[in-house]
Design a protein around this ligand. Structure first.
Ligand code: GLN
Length: 180
């Protein structure tokens, strides 16, 4: 078992599924911090942007003055975005009528609700390859974004129905699905 007791992981707690992530972080013995203000980013080693509703999250990121601080954080520290978090981290959103302005930290294009409404909620075991080892993860897709393009700098760590659903570029990782 790894010792995570010295690790402080922030969860962006503006909206969405942040509580479940904070509980998961505590369950592996790390310290989880709910992040709402820019100065709190200096107190954490890594950040999770949870699932939720990207339109609302987008508005709150601006209201709380977090847009630039998040971009700076993601350039040198690990960020993982799940579902709406992936949409926020992406470079472009296809057919973007919602006005969500993504942070552009991950060179992918996504289509919101890209698996269709029928995948409103579905749980699938998928194979994930991380740091040279392979494991099975129970992935829950809830109106999940579909990755429609990814740059060659972006690594695909897991696929589902032929499309990447877990990707990584430098310090930034994103999953179409929830694990929490
Ligand atoms: N469909 C949602 C959005 O566009 C994301 C859903 C989720 O995070 N579970 O923001």
């Amino acid at each position: 078992m790894h010792d995570f007791s010295k690790l402080t992981v922030g969860v962006l707690a503006l909206q969405g599924d942040f509580d479940a992530h904070l509980r998961q972080i505590a369950s592996v013995g790390a310290y989880g911090a709910a992040i709402r203000l820019p100065h709190q980013l200096s107190e954490i080693s890594a950040l999770i942007i949870p699932g939720g509703e990207s339109t609302t999250m987008n508005l709150l990121v601006d209201r709380f003055g977090l847009r630039e601080p998040l971009k700076v954080f993601g350039a040198s520290k690990p960020i993982w975005g799940t579902c709406a978090g992936m949409i926020m981290l992406s470079k472009t959103i296809e057919d973007n009528q919602s006005g969500v302005r993504p942070l552009g930290l991950l060179d992918i294009s996504v289509r919101r609700n890209g698996y269709g409404r029928q995948l409103f909620s579905c749980e699938e075991p998928i194979r994930v390859r991380i740091n040279e080892s392979e494991t099975t993860v129970n992935a829950t897709f809830i109106r999940a974004p579909l990755i429609t393009r990814y740059d060659q700098e972006v690594q695909s760590l897991a696929t589902y129905q032929g499309a990447p659903v877990l990707v990584r570029q430098n310090y930034v990782m994103a999953s179409s699905f929830h694990t929490e």
